[in-house]
Write a protein that binds this ligand. Structure first.
Ligand SMILES: [Zn+2]
Length: 573
């Protein structure tokens, strides 16, 4: 028995019987052993004679291998003459101790992996040959799916699995080349793009765990540019690009700008931020590739934006929907007549938006507004861009392989079904990403578009699988609240959802910023607007909410101007 569970766990897993049985079956003292003992001059001839004729006669009772066991319960009971039991004591302990240790640890890791397959790779760190062979067997008993130790497979039929040898990878100039060659040599597992389903998903947490450069697949000297996500909820994800990756990025976005009707005559005013954020650079490289003129003005200095727009004759504006709405307001104040400016297109992205928001933008700027989708992990903006049909975003399928999965089960969904978008890089060198769970909710369509293109189209993102909040058992997405708010005039589309559970029932409060004019108006009108907002939201989500109208710009913004949409105070975890 043992006195304490390993690592303060709840149980241990017993292991080692196979080797003990083998040992006991073969336990005997041959002439050489007897001669050695006699030479020690401490044993009498009677005892040596006993050993010579030794036959193990104890009864052994044991818990089955792989059984969870607890402190102070007997694991193995040996019943018989004490002289015999003593002879096997050390062997029993060392065998059960080592193998139970490995089996217990394996069981803990398997549990922590929550259903993801765990493989044993311990041989090169094991204490000697037997440690490796029996350790691999114990790990399998603890729940691993297989081992890299092929002798364990030969002896115990435990599946031998593996990856590439380190020395294989060292034969190549880059890991990328090593993997590529390996795939060419062993193509039978992954033959078509459909087989990608056999591969596990990659999540933001996986990428964060490799911060900063752990996911780069080429030497750092091959990386010519890095970008990074904001990292508001943990370590940021760093994305690395080779020269070829940057060239491809430009190519992909240039195609998208062409879909928007732009060419080398155009002047593109890019209000996306330049910096670690990928936002500014996608359109920048795309405009270069297209041969258009780019104005890299970045975000902010809104009055100067308006002045430049008029003086430089910008034909295309790139912005986030919320900044666009603000820019439109300032332009109006400055007396800009968009009928005269003659914008050809607007590209907007990097934020969730609604059809009503697009309508408002198109109405303000008197031109068509096209959605741009992207994310830093895979590249940046441009993964999907809209064409003149404005009927979903064409995905650059020669660079990205899209899938839609059920966010709860991870199973693939069919064309047109709504679920979470999963993306795979097909051409990336610096940081190839396979099956990344974007958390963005959308659907894919493969029929030929009105524009004639056959590239898959993704619908506008309608929410995030991690943004969904359950209130009173009802799934609520911030996009629904936004949709309702856009129907109301006299307010700004800036809001915050606050969920509380004062007693046992959930309560939901929506804070909305009033417009300057409404806020300085009389109370009666404010109450009327409040009631209207409450009604629209209830229509949209199906449950009643408290609405509070607050002063313009009073909801706290991050340094990048973003509002935390959902504040969940329920402490449900
Ligand atoms: Zn199209």
């Amino acid at each position: 028995f043992f006195r304490k569970n390993l690592d303060n766990g709840g149980y241990n897993v017993v292991c080692g019987l196979e080797e003990i049985i083998d040992y006991i079956k073969n336990l005997k003292f041959d002439d050489e052993d007897i001669e050695y003992l006699r030479s020690k001059k401490i044993f009498n001839e009677e005892f040596l004679e006993y050993l010579k004729k030794f036959k193990f006669e104890c009864d052994i009772w044991a818990v089955k291998e792989g059984t969870p066991v607890f402190p102070n319960e007997p694991l193995i009971v040996v019943k018989g003459p004490v002289i015999q039991a003593q002879l096997i004591e050390t062997m029993l302990l060392l065998t059960v101790n080592h193998q139970s240790l490995i089996a217990t640890k394996a069981s803990r890791i398997v549990r922590a992996s929550k259903g993801r397959a765990v493989m044993e790779f311990g041989a090169r760190r094991a204490q000697g040959k037997d440690g490796a062979i029996y350790g691999a067997r114990a790990a399998y008993i603890g729940g691993c799916i297989g081992t890299s130790c092929s002798i364990t497979d030969k002896m115990f039929k435990i599946p031998a699995l593996g990856t590439m040898a380190h020395s294989w990878i060292q034969m190549f100039d880059s890991e990328y080349e090593a993997f590529e060659t390996y795939a060419n040599v062993f193509p039978e597992d992954i033959e078509t793009l459909e087989d990608i389903e056999k591969l596990p998903f990659l999540t933001k947490d996986d990428l964060r765990a490799c911060y900063p450069f752990g996911m780069f697949a080429v030497d750092q000297k091959e990386i010519i540019e890095v970008h990074s996500s904001s990292g508001t909820t943990g370590k940021p994800v760093v994305s690395g690009y080779t020269q070829k990756d940057i060239n491809n990025w430009g190519e992909i976005v240039a195609r998208g700008l062409t879909m928007m009707g732009l060419d080398s005559d155009d002047i593109i005013q890019n209000t996306h931020g330049y910096g670690l954020f990928t936002g500014g650079f996608g359109v920048h490289y795309g405009a270069h590739r297209l041969g258009a003129t780019i104005i890299p003005i970045s975000t902010g200095q809104t009055r100067r934006q308006v002045e430049i727009m008029a003086d430089f004759g910008s034909t295309c504006l790139i912005f986030t929907p919320s900044y666009g709405i603000y820019l439109g307001e300032v332009a109006k104040e400055e007396g800009i007549d968009f009928d005269k400016i003659g914008l050809k297109a607007i590209g907007f992205g990097a934020e969730m938006w609604t059809a009503e928001m697009r309508d408002r933008i198109e109405e303000t700027f008197k031109t068509k507004a096209y959605n741009i989708y992207g994310l830093t992990e895979l590249m940046g903006p441009g993964i999907g861009m809209e064409c003149c049909a404005q009927n979903g975003l064409h995905i650059a399928e020669d660079f990205f392989y899209p899938e839609i999965i059920d966010p709860n089960t991870g199973k693939r969904l069919a064309e047109g079904q709504h679920g979470e978008l999963v993306l795979t890089n097909l051409e990336r060198e610096g940081m190839p990403i396979i099956r990344f769970r974007t958390k963005d909710l959308t659907a894919l369509h493969y029929d030929t578009c009105e524009c004639g293109r056959t590239l898959a189209r993704m619908e506008r993102i309608t929410g995030r699988s991690d943004d969904m909040i359950k209130v009173k058992g009802v799934a609520v997405f911030p996009s629904q609240i936004e949709k309702a708010l856009l129907k109301v005039s006299d307010i700004e589309p800036h809001y915050q959802i606050i969920v509380t559970r004062p007693d046992i029932m959930d309560e939901i409060e929506i804070k909305v910023e009033a417009s300057e004019s409404l806020f300085s108006d009389n109370i009666k009108e404010m109450i009327g607007v409040k009631r209207k907002i409450g009604e629209y939201i209830q229509n949209e989500i199906g449950i009643a909410v408290d609405v509070s109208l607050v002063a313009p710009k009073s909801i706290p913004r991050s340094t990048k101007g973003k509002i935390q949409r959902v504040i969940d105070k329920r402490n449900l975890h």
